[in-house]
Design a protein around this ligand. Sequence first.
Ligand SMILES: *Cc1c(COP(=O)(O)O)cnc(C)c1O
Length: 336
Amino acid sequence: MAAAVKAEGYGHGLVRVARALDADAFAVACIEEALALREAAGIDRRIVLLEGVFEADELALCARHALDVAIHHPEQLRMLELARLERPLRVWLKIDSGMHRLGLAPETAPAIFQRVRDCPAAHAEIGLMSHLARADERDCDYTRQQLQTFEAATAGLPGERSLANSAGILGWPRTHFDWVRPGIMLYGASPFVDSLAPDEDLRPAMSFHTRLIAIRRLRRGEPVGYGGTWLCPEDMDVGVAAVGYGDGYPRHAPSGTPVLVNGRAAALVGRVSMDMITLDLRQHPEARIGDPVLLWGEGLPVERIAQAAGAISYTLLCGVTARVRREVVPAPSIDG
Ligand SMILES: *Cc1c(COP(=O)(O)O)cnc(C)c1O
């Protein structure tokens, strides 16, 4: 299993996540992330550069730090063929089975495989991988086609194969092969368009919370926040919580987006500003300044906020900004 820890471990902290996971390998997007794991943190598991190197110079670093590289383009193969390295690199051929973003044309896979085999800079064991474009849709012919294309392109080649992301792991057993590459599911969010974490038996790793810093008694008809987009329908209490888009809370979350105040549902009202959001406290007469406000996490799946804000759980998790204090706490018990 190669755990995807790119983008700061989907916002959870690259090194923190890598230290917490017992993975056979870690998958990252660029050499900076790989070196942060290998050199700065001393992680000794395999580390895979999913997009390979961007420049020939990086190959020497990859050899020095024993990083696995993807080869997704003939140009990268040329870099490898020209390289003189202190030890051979583990190479993954990335085949385009239908994503049409990165990858070698499937029909070229056998010939390129042979060239890598002949290349002194490449380790004898060569991996074969591809990426699914639509596995998050439940019953999708495109995923079946990608599977077929990948199987045909790699038939008879001796390398270990890897196709499944989280959606492939949970929804498409035939995509598992030798190495799965979970990302979002490791962080406890659903990869599917139509389900929430609890539906997939996933529990969120992240709870994003803040506190009430003010409770205001406003009159019927008074507008709340920038643009005055929301008007109090009656005399009521509005709570102000200390979080905003400057922390990574989505700017486009509309009035009605759920939060939990003291563990109970409340609705966002008015626009999200940089440092604050405003909340309808009509159902929360007991609320006091300092009370906890959960933005997403245990009890409030991040997917619900994503749906409301026209986002996806990935962008919300990745988007929590550096000013938000990270605190590592023991996982809640499985039965509790
Ligand atoms: C990010 C990534 C993954 C993990 O995807 P999830 O949808 O988060 O599970 C797997 N493979 C590749 C190539 C990726 O870029």
